[in-house]
Design a protein around this ligand. Structure first.
Ligand SMILES: O=C(O)C1=C[C@@H](OP(=O)(O)O)[C@@H](O)[C@H](O)C1
Ligand SMILES: C=C(OP(=O)(O)O)C(=O)O
Length: 442
């Protein structure tokens, strides 16, 4: 049977980072294949508010890097919408410029914490005022930029705090030495995406691991995965980002729904445009599917996944939180129990991504229970109909669509929420439905 072919959309995380580094560079950069979604519109609008010019150019985007002009009295509004990445990365970047910046977003954004980042920014000399709840947006950052120096930060809840601080550090007045506090790190591969992008745009950042009473270089941040936070530090020199042109690679998180569909459906699926050697942690989707028994075939930058009999697995998903809803849905098709652990930080995503999959998959007849740091799912028969809520969360909407391949007539309350990261999701999903003979539309 011919596989359904799906082109992976561009990486959301790399699009945010490329835009920010290009905006901070002196000179013009052309970015090709950037993701066009609600979250990226928020990052672009925030950069425009900082004074960066963005213009369409030969099918890409021309970014004219800039240093913001003298601060005016009024706070500049930075509307981050529902984008946690925009919120955390832009808060740190804005703090690096003299002025007053008001960071605010949609309702759920105001329930997603940011104090571990703002504590670090305050230690570098800026003022932070929370408007409603201490430690959460909306907030105003005001000051004369970042001082640099030794800066502790707690990366337990989110890697985005560390990514923001790293991206802003080359703009500080002196060298920044970032040390880590807390008991663990969250979503570590995203730190590699940040450092790789900084390196591509000419910023000087290094990672070190504790060695006895001193420190030794760690050639790539991936080598620090699993180390105790207190044993990792980052050194970032002040200096300019350098403009360059770049094409953005495909998104492993948003490919996950189609890779899963190839496994649990009746027809193989080929996803194109993904890098097998990507630094994106969600590349782990293929390994998880293979561990569950899926047949996977690579051909250059195309990966094909075949319908397979699956079995449950134990999997720690600390490094790849965004594919947890996908794996939970796949586990509902597998024989035996799947236990997902290491994912306590899912509770502060677009919705509580531990409780929401439990609530919604249960409605379709799935045996699923929440755990403090994940969930346990047992495969079994589905109900034939389910009225489900996406909880306003794009990844809930996309992962719940997989139930259709198990014969569930799904009706979803808010299919439009996929626009956060993947506005064309339903067009691509229609190809999966057609190939699998799914008789109805959501
Ligand atoms: O830096 C990034 O691009 C992201 C980091 C992750 O967040 P956390 O580090 O908060 O887990 C991930 O969930 C998010 O979709 C994107
Ligand atoms: C958690 C996500 O994004 P963000 O944190 O940028 O809102 C996501 O895309 O799943």
């Amino acid at each position: 049977m011919n596989p359904v072919r799906i082109a992976a959309p561009p990486s959301k995380s790399l699009s945010h980072r490329a835009l920010i580094c290009a905006a901070l560079a002196s000179g013009d950069s052309i970015l090709e294949g950037l993701l066009d979604s609600q979250d990226l519109s928020r990052t672009k609008e925030c950069l425009r508010a900082l004074g960066v010019e963005l213009e369409p150019c030969h099918g890409g985007l021309l970014v004219r890097g800039t240093v913001p002009g003298p601060a005016s009295g009024a706070a500049v509004s930075l509307n981050v919408g529902e984008s946690g990445t925009t919120c955390r990365l832009m808060a740190a970047v804005a703090a690096a410029f003299p002025g007053k910046w008001r960071i605010h977003g949609e309702e759920r954004m105001h329930e997603r914490p940011i104090s571990h980042l703002t504590d670090a920014l305050v230690s570098q000399g800026v003022n932070v005022i929370f408007e409603e709840k201490t430690g959460y947006p909306p907030l105003t950052i005001a000051g004369q930029g970042l001082s640099g120096g030794e800066t502790p930060i707690n990366p337990e809840q989110s890697s985005q705090y560390l990514s923001g601080l790293l991206l802003a550090a080359p703009l500080a007045r002196s060298r920044t030495v970032i040390t880590l506090t807390g008991r663990s790190t969250a979503s570590w591969p995203y730190v590699a995406l940040t450092l790789d992008m900084m390196d591509a745009f000419g910023a000087e950042a290094a990672v070190e691991l504790r060695a006895g009473s001193g420190w030794r270089p760690c050639p790539h941040v991936s080598g620090a995965a699993g180390a105790e936070p207190a044993d990792i530090r980052f050194l970032v020199n002040p200096g300019p980002y350098r403009a360059r042109n770049m094409r953005i690679e495909g998104d492993w998180s948003n490919a996950s729904y189609f890779l899963a569909a190839g496994t649990v459906g009746r027809v193989p699926v080929t996803v194109t445009g993904l890098r097998r050697d990507s630094a994106q942690g969600d590349r782990f989707m293929v390994d998880i599917l293979e561990r569950m028994g899926a047949r996977v075939l690579w051909d250059k930058d195309e990966v094909t996944v075949f319908p397979s009999a699956l079995h449950g697995v134990d999997v720690n998903m600390n490094a790849c939180p965004d594919i947890v809803p996908t794996v939970a849905a796949v586990a509902a098709f597998a024989r035996g129990e799947t236990v997902i652990s290491g994912a306590a930080h899912l509770a502060i995503k677009e919705c509580d991504r531990i409780q929401a999959p439990v609530a919604e998959l249960s409605k379709a007849g799935v045996d699923i229970t929440a755990r403090a740091d994940g969930m346990a799912v047992r495969g079994g028969p589905f109900r034939t109909r389910a009225k489900l809520s996406a909880h306003g969360d794009h990844r809930m909407a996309m992962s719940l669509s997989l139930l259709e391949l198990g014969g569930v007539a799904v009706s979803l309350d808010n299919p439009a929420c996929v626009a956060k990261s993947f506005p064309d999701f339903w067009t691509a999903w229609a190809l999966i439905r057609r190939a699998n003979g799914v008789p109805h539309a959501l």
